[in-house]
Design a binder for this molecule. Structure first.
Ligand code: SF4
Length: 92
């Protein structure tokens, strides 16, 4: 099992989830994060940190968001580890 980032993260500036992850499972795309299922230990520490409720356990992902399960898995391998240090979008 793993946790999964879903569409609510797209264009999101918040990265509080990254700093609480004990295994550096978050990966950073241009406008969103994903979780590497090979790293995630299902601790759920990141879930309450997300201000837009965009993180779910894989068995709990809403049906309309289920395509994100594969997306997290596929994209994690080609993305860098998220640092959480800089906003994804800096439009303020
Ligand atoms: Fe990291 Fe735990 Fe969230 Fe998995 S569930 S991404 S291990 S904080």
């Amino acid at each position: 099992m793993t946790h999964v980032v879903v569409s609510g993260c797209v264009s999101c500036k918040y990265q509080e989830c990254v700093s609480v992850c004990p295994v550096e499972a978050f990966r950073e795309a241009e406008t969103y994060l994903v979780i590497d299922p090979d790293e995630c230990i299902d601790c759920a520490a990141c879930v309450p940190e997300c201000p837009v409720d965009a993180i779910y356990a894989d068995y709990d992902v809403p049906e309309i968001e289920e395509y994100w399960i594969e997306r997290n898995e596929n994209e994690a391998s080609r993305l860098e580890v998220a640092t959480g240090e800089s906003p994804i979008l800096a439009d303020e």
